[in-house]
Design a protein around this ligand. Sequence first.
Ligand code: HEC
Length: 204
Amino acid sequence: MNLNFNKYLLAIFLTASFSAKAIPTPEAVEPQFDADDNPTYIIKYGKGDRLKEDGTPLNLIQIECQGKAVDFVTDEELDQCRGDDSLVEMKYGWMDFSTYKGWRAYHAECHVCHGPDAMGSTYAPSLMVSIQEGLSYDDFFTVIMNGRGEAEGAQKGNVMPAFGANTNVAPHVEDMYRYVKARADGKIRRGVRLPKLPKFKEVE
Ligand code: HEC
């Protein structure tokens, strides 16, 4: 851990000496460590915080077209953006560790039915849209823990399995909510490449 921490300090030091030119200086990127020694990044959406050797920032986390996440623009707006670069903005930044864990947990257990990047499928709804339409954290939690079959009001023939006893899921519901909420808020693009972080520790 100490070794890693030194690397982060070095990165921050390098960033500080680099950033005068290409991209805005980040407000805060220094990882904080929680009780389990996991780094947590303060999210500063839209700020690049490190540069590659060629000067381009790392971690493109959203592409905006006319001020809206590309997932959410109309075809017409998208066409306008294709024709005019000045309407397009690339957003760079970090995702905090909790959101990162949520991304991983989601793509391990949920994407098979709910689609990659929380986009939905013909079988199961887009959880991104569910949250946009007001699905609360409590309801999100309850459905995941208990599942939902026809008896609980699910659409005929569809089953949302109960994950309450699944240790890959139950401890990570809050992280998954955070990830899906960030998608719903247009903060994270589809297929985003995430910052490389140390493997997260499973809480027993
Ligand atoms: C076997 C397929 C399947 C898997 C795997 C699955 N789900 Fe579902 N899920 C469904 C279906 C189908 C529904 C819709 C049920 C209905 O008709 O109400 C659903 C509904 C939900 C809802 C309620 C959405 C709403 O708008 O009311 C949430 C939240 C949810 N799932 C979360 C998850 C999460 C998180 C995971 C991964 C841990 C997951 N699901 C894995 C099939 C699945």
